[in-house]
Design a protein around this ligand. Structure first.
Ligand code: ADP
Ligand code: MG
Length: 292
C-alpha cells in the first residue's frame, strides 16, 4: 500500500467537497450495493413553506386565525423543517404569536404544549390519534401526493390541518442515476406520509420506498436490509438519521445537515449536493484500486 495514493484521493476529495473520516472508510465503498436516502433535507431541500390552511368548519376566518396562532406558537419552539415553515407562515398571516407556557417535542410525531391556557397538539394524524383525538376524514384528505399535512388539536378536539410543501433538489434525479451506474440500488427512507414519499421517489427515479418510519425505526430498516445480505450505504442530514448513519456499512452525511449527522457519518458531503455521494464512492473505489 502506498500512503501517497490515499493522500491524493483525500486531497481530490476535499476539492470535490467530500471529507473522509479515515482510510478504513474506503473499504466499505467497494462492497456497498444499496444506498438508503433520507428524504427531507437530503433528496429535497428541506426548506418547506406553508401552503394551505384548512379548518374543521371550512371558510371560518376566526377559526383559521386561531388555528394559525396556536399551531404557529407551538411550532416556533421546534427546529423541525415542518415546524419552521408553520411558524414562519403563521407569523406572516396573523402577526405576533403567543408564547407557550409549556412545550414538549415528540420526535417523528410533532409537538405538544399549552398556549393561551389550551392544551395544543400539532403534528401527524398519528400524534392526535395517540392522544385519543379523532381526525375527521375531510381534514385527512387535504394531504396530497405533493403536500405534507400537519394536524392541530385544541383541548382534545381537532381544529384543522395545515399543508407544507418541500422542493426536490434539482440535482437529486441525476445523483440517483449516478448511484445506479455505480451498481447501487437506491431506497427512499422517510418519516413522512406514503403519498409524499412515493411522489418524491417517482420524481427522482427510486422504486423502493420506506415511508412513515419513526425516527428510532430508521436503524431497524438499515438492519433489515443488512439481514437480507445487502451492504448498505446511508445518506442523511437530520438528528433522526444519526443512528442509521452509524449502523450503515457506509454513512454519508449532508454537510448542510445537523452536527449529529456529520458526527455519525464516515463521509461528509460538504456542499449538500447529493451528486457528491456518487462522486465520493467512485473516488474512494478508484483510490483503493491505486493502493492495492
Ligand atoms: P423525515 O424522516 O422526513 O426527515 P421526521 O421523522 O423528522 O421526517 O418526521 C416525520 C413526520 O412527522 C414529518 O413528515 C411530519 O409530518 C411529522 N412531524 C415531525 N415533527 C413535526 C413537527 N414539529 N410539527 C409537525 N409535524 C411534525
Ligand atoms: Mg432529513
Amino acid at each position: 500500500a502506498t500512503p501517497t495514493a490515499l493522500m491524493v484521493g483525500t486531497g481530490r476529495g476535499a476539492q470535490l467537497g467530500i471529507l473522509i473520516k479515515g482510510p478504513e472508510v474506503l473499504e466499505a465503498t467497494r462492497t456497498v450495493d444499496t444506498v438508503v436516502l433520507d428524504k427531507t433535507g437530503t433528496v429535497t431541500t428541506g426548506r418547506m413553506s406553508l401552503q394551505g390552511v384548512h379548518t374543521v368548519e371550512p371558510g371560518d376566518e376566526g377559526a383559521e386565525s386561531e388555528l394559525l396562532r396556536l399551531a404557529g406558537a407551538l411550532e416556533h419552539a421546534s427546529e423541525h423543517p415542518v415546524a419552521r415553515a408553520i411558524a414562519a407562515g403563521a407569523t406572516e398571516r396573523v402577526g405576533t404569536l403567543p408564547v407557550p407556557s409549556s412545550f414538549e417535542n415528540l420526535p417523528g410525531l410533532g409537538v405538544r404544549g399549552t398556549v393561551d391556557g389550551h392544551d395544543v397538539l400539532v403534528g401527524r394524524a398519528r400524534l392526535l390519534e395517540n392522544a385519543g383525538v379523532e381526525v375527521p376524514p375531510a381534514l385527512r384528505s387535504v394531504a396530497t401526493d405533493a403536500r405534507t399535512a400537519v394536524f392541530a388539536a385544541r383541548d382534545g378536539k381537532a381544529l384543522g390541518a395545515l399543508t407544507v410543501a418541500d422542493t426536490v433538489r434539482d440535482t437529486s434525479a441525476e445523483a440517483v442515476a449516478r448511484l445506479r451506474d455505480l451498481g447501487l440500488t437506491p431506497v427512499l427512507l422517510t418519516g413522512d406520509s406514503r403519498a409524499v414519499a412515493e411522489a418524491v421517489a417517482a420524481a427522482v427515479g427510486i422504486d423502493e420506498v420506506h415511508a412513515e418510519v419513526m425516527p428510532e425505526e430508521k436503524v431497524e430498516v438499515i438492519r433489515r436490509l443488512q439481514a437480507q445480505g445487502r451492504r448498505v450505504a446511508m445518506v442523511g442530514d437530520g438528528v433522526n438519521d444519526a443512528a442509521a448513519l452509524a449502523t450503515a456499512d457506509l454513512g454519508l452525511a449532508m454537510g448542510t445537515g445537523t452536527d449529529a449527522a456529520i458526527e455519525a457519518g464516515d463521509l461528509t458531503l460538504v456542499r449538500g449536493d447529493l451528486r457528491a455521494a456518487a462522486d465520493a464512492i467512485r473516488l474512494a473505489r478508484r483510490t483503493l484500486a491505486t493502493i492495492i
